[in-house]
Design a protein around this ligand. Structure first.
Ligand SMILES: NC(=O)c1ccc[n+]([C@@H]2O[C@H](COP(=O)([O-])OP(=O)(O)OC[C@H]3O[C@@H](n4cnc5c(N)ncnc54)[C@H](O)[C@@H]3O)[C@@H](O)[C@H]2O)c1
Length: 275
């Protein structure tokens, strides 16, 4: 699965799955642009890559189309090409999105169950969610993936590159488990993957998604412990994924080994749901 001679850009690569993807692609020989909201986080990932001077660390908010444009222009200038994009940047929360209320209700319901009562509490988010909370998650997970994909396609089309774009979706698309805006955004990302796979196939550009199950990253550590242990119990392999295990799926789809795979969702979820 050599990626020698190829150039890649990974969003949200300052930690977690994005960092593992940057590492996997760089170890396979690609030059990698590590993009994150935070420059220190991008720099920290860059320092972990083999021969850091071959790669780039860039700051950009994927929800800001002007910032995205600039990051891709810098990447194209530095590497002279772009073969691989990993749309990994994502978030599960936004301001006033009702999540604090939902966690409070969840704790209330768990306490009712622990007392041996029939639970009366409704654990819900939609009725407590303000517009800005909904928008904040859509802006990163969906708009951001579109802005980055559009720039990548512009570069690939201009240089006649048969590139590969990988969108990080989630098992939540299938299960429906997770915050409302998050699950909705990831389902839309799968729709975008399929529609674009058809649209750009004639150029030889492939678009796929990877759907990780719960993965041991800083994002996952921000949710309540009892939620994590109940997730683990529902996974046939009995544990969370390691970021490197998700990155291995991404590296495969990025490589020529996956030359006949497009419009697919590759699931790395320990067997918890079958797509
Ligand atoms: N961890 C899991 O269990 C899990 C499961 C399924 C899918 N995913 C998806 O995998 C991706 C990575 O998840 P993770 O657990 O590594 O997350 P994380 O929160 O640990 O890391 C995300 C990184 O993205 C960066 N980022 C956030 N918003 C950004 C923005 N607007 N622009 C640029 N960078 C931004 C953050 O600074 C951070 O470095 C996300 O899309 C997430 O939805 C994660």
């Amino acid at each position: 699965m050599s990626l020698e001679g190829k150039a890649a850009l990974v969003t949200g690569a300052g930690q977690g799955i994005g960092r593992a993807c940057a590492l996997a692609l760089a170890e396979a020989g690609a030059r990698v642009a590590v993009v994150d909201l935070k420059q220190e986080a991008a720099d920290a990932t860059l320092a972990l890559l083999p021969e850091p001077s071959r790669h780039l660390a860039l700051i950009a908010n994927v929800a800001d189309s002007a910032a995205v444009k600039e990051a891709f222009a810098k990447t194209a200038t530095a590497f002279g090409r772009l073969d691989i994009l990993v749309n990994n940047a994502g978030t599960g929360t936004g301001p006033n999105d009702g999540s604090a209320k939902m966690y409070e209700l969840m704790a209330q319901k768990n306490a009712e169950i622990a007392r041996g009562e029939t639970p009366k509490t409704h654990v819900e988010q939609a009725i407590y969610m303000e517009d800005e909370g909904w928008r904040a998650v859509m802006a990163v997970n969906l708009d951001g993936a579109f802005y980055c994909t559009r720039e990548a396609l512009r570069i690939m089309a201009a240089h006649d590159i048969r590139g590969s774009i990988i969108n990080i979706a989630s098992t939540a698309v299938q299960s429906g488990e997770g915050p409302l805006h998050y699950v909705t955004s990831k389902a839309a990302l799968v729709g975008m993957t399929r529609a674009l796979a058809r649209e750009v196939a004639s150029r030889g550009i492939r678009i796929n998604a990877v759907a990780p199950g719960p993965t041991d990253t800083p994002l996952m550590r921000s949710i309540p412990d009892e939620w994590i242990s109940s997730l683990e119990k529902a996974i046939p392999l009995g544990r969370l994924a390691k970021p490197s295990e998700v990155a291995a799926a991404v590296r495969f789809l990025a490589s020529d080994e996956a030359s006949y795979v497009t419009g697919s969702v590759l699931v790395a979820n320990g067997g918890s749901y079958f797509f």
